[in-house]
Design a binder for this molecule. Structure first.
Ligand code: FAD
Length: 571
């Protein structure tokens, strides 16, 4: 193996990596190697079970990254999960297939990424997708599912749809009626994947309807193509760092790996090294390879190849909390109810205009706080620009400010939720020149108070939903946090212990190798090439410049599809 040379080496056989490897290896004269630290999970029931969310957590296919103690969020650390397997995090995620609000992708272009907007990304969402039409499945009749075919692909590799286990007992319709009865109603949205997410919807998932199993990146983009002789995958192989050609220029010529037998070797790439190791690994691999902040690299004895101090900065995630209520009716096991509501600021905040004005005044201070937390590696005036765009998205474009899920199980209704666009930004950096050492991950959850306010207000909103008919009559007492813990009229302060004590990472880390102009802190350019290198790209969630309101995977798949066309020279 160590003698081999490939045209392209893709580091990380996960969600994005397998898309790019698949598309590049469509060209028969192009050789592609995928390096994946995990193994195959094709027959792992913790992966395939469509109702098995969480079963893989803490097992050997979960990286279970740990954050630093979170000083603005009660002081404890958090576990951020990510898949360690062929298929990456798509093998352990919640299957939810929800994109972004169109204006959010347009913001990628507005900040300086020419060519990246909703209109140019939509064809790639569709190219990857194979929507399984629910109208062909009588078991879903009357379930309330809807979609707009104009926004979907039907012939792509990735199966998307609603499961045969979909709850079909009228709850979806009752919930819809409840949302209409709110003081500020939230309307039914026929298709939240159309670029307009605000409203209440029944969302699709990445699954195979016929087989009732998870559809992950390996099942969609690798296994049906595994006989391609120009596409190789090395499982249980850990990438340690990029190797460089001799000379001044930063041109990659391979990757140092530790093979499954424990031996370390270098595999050569004649064209490009493509990082797809995820937002909590790709920036660390760059640092291990000498691309990053010289002050950090020198601490660990790593020579700087490319001085790019913002590698690992701008880390953003969301915070997930959950409320629970008793249900007067008992729900059968083995059903899934995939109901989401996306309120806008005007729907979530009773005083949205005043709150927006207040937030606008705070943005310069927020930006200064983020910049000073990282020693002004990112510039406060640049961060301010990002924040102002995010403010415009929230208060002018009306993107959703929270995501509220609802699922019934047993005698319970549970409602997980999160503020969709927190402002807090942290960082990830290596802690050692040892490539297997854990990185220092500090998302700075709840650093900026708007993030907490949105998280509190979404909890109040859920209480209102559960106090509105017809749901109000179907639900019993609130069991989490419960009115004795957080009283009905609790102020923000009274919510703090519950929210900061019980939240978890929403597992949506992004922006650690941001696609942005270099002068405002970018790590990759619009062709996803790392600044200062001639042939290293990043194609995973690290590159997203702003958080999206949907879940990440659909956008990760679409970005990777577009990346492949860029690498092929088609764009
Ligand atoms: P990954 O898919 O994580 O791929 C990275 C790959 O690189 C992995 O296979 C990893 O093992 C490999 N790797 C890392 N380091 C090395 C190394 N040094 N050498 C070799 N290989 C390496 N999104 C949704 O849209 N819907 C959901 O319902 C949803 N739920 C989620 C639930 C959980 C628990 C989690 C953790 C995430 C969830 N997400 C969800 C997010 C989404 O799945 C991820 O954002 C997305 O899959 C990330 O894709 P990626 O290509 O960036 O990274």
């Amino acid at each position: 193996k160590s003698d081999s040379t490939y045209d392209y080496i893709v580091v990380g056989g996960g969600t994005s990596g397998l898309v790019v490897a698949n598309r590049l290896s469509e060209q028969k004269n192009t050789t592609v190697l995928v390096i994946e630290a995990g193994g195959s999970v094709y027959n792992n029931p913790n992966v395939t079970d469509t109702l098995g969310y969480g079963k893989a957590f803490g097992t050997d296919i979960d990286w279970a990254y740990e954050t630093t103690d979170q000083e603005y969020a009660g002081g404890s650390s958090q576990i951020v999960r990510a898949g360690k397997a062929l298929g990456g995090t798509s093998t352990i995620n919640g299957l939810v297939y929800l994109r972004a609000q169109a204006a959010q992708i347009d913001a990628w272009e507005a900040i300086g990424n020419k060519g990246w907007n909703w209109k140019t990304l939509l064809p790639y969402f569709k190219k990857g997708e194979q929507l399984q039409d629910p109208s062909k499945h009588p078991v879903l009749d009357g379930s309330g599912i809807s979609f707009d075919p104009a926004y979907h692909g039907f012939t792509g590799p990735l199966k998307v749809g609603w499961p045969s286990t979909q709850l079909n007992d009228g709850l979806a319709q009752k919930l819809n009626a409840t949302y209409q009865n709110l003081d500020v109603p939230v309307q039914f949205n026929r298709d939240p994947n159309s670029g307009d997410m605000v409203g209440y919807s029944l969302y699709p998932k990445t699954l195979d309807y016929e087989l009732n199993i998870r559809e992950d990146a390996a099942r969609a983009y690798y296994y049906p193509y595994q006989n391609r002789t120009n596409l190789h995958v090395w499982l249980n192989t850990h990438a340690n760092k990029i190797t460089w050609k001799d000379g001044h220029e930063a041109a990659a010529d391979g990757v140092e790996v530790t093979l499954s037998n424990g031996k370390t070797t270098v595999v050569k790439a004649s064209r490009e090294v493509i990082l797809a190791a995820g937002a909590l690994k790709s920036p660390v691999l760059l640092e291990l390879s000498g691309v990053g902040n010289p002050d950090i690299l020198s601490k660990y004895g790593i020579a700087t190849k490319v001085n790019l101090p913002t590698v690992g900065e701008n880390l953003q995630d969301q915070m997930n909390n959950g409320l629970e209520f008793e249900s007067k009716k008992s729900h059968a096991d083995g059903k899934s109810a995939d109901y989401v509501s996306y309120p806008s600021a005007a729907q979530l905040f009773p005083n949205s205009t005043a709150l927006g004005a207040d937030l606008l005044r705070k943005l310069p201070a927020y930006a200064a706080q983020v910049a000073s937390a990282n020693g002004n590696v990112t510039n406060a005036s640049d961060i301010y620009r990002f924040f102002k765009i995010q403010w415009d998205l929230i208060f002018k474009d009306g993107i959703p400010v929270a995501e509220i899920l609802l699922s019934p199980y047993g005698n319970t209704y549970s409602s997980e939720y999160w503020g969709s666009v927190p402002f807090s930004r942290g960082s990830i950096h290596l802690s050692s020149a040892d490539p297997t050492a854990a990185a220092i991950i500090d998302p700075k959850y709840f650093m900026l108070d708007f993030d907490f306010e949105a998280q509190v207000q979404a909890a109040r909103f859920i209480r209102e939903v559960f106090n509105t008919e017809p749901l109000g009559d179907m639900a019993g007492a609130e069991t989490t946090p419960g009115l004795s813990t957080v009283p009905a009229d609790a102020d923000d302060e009274a919510w703090a212990d519950f929210i900061k004590g019980k939240y978890r990472s929403n597992f949506h880390p992004i922006t650690t190798a941001a696609m942005l102009p270099k002068e405002i802190g970018g790590v990759v350019d619009t062709s996803l090439k790392v600044y200062g290198t001639s042939n290293v790209r990043v194609v995973d969630a690290s590159i997203m410049p702003f958080q999206v309101c949907g879940h990440l995977q659909s956008t990760v798949y679409a970005v990777a599809e577009r990346a492949a066309d860029i690498i092929k020279g088609r764009l």
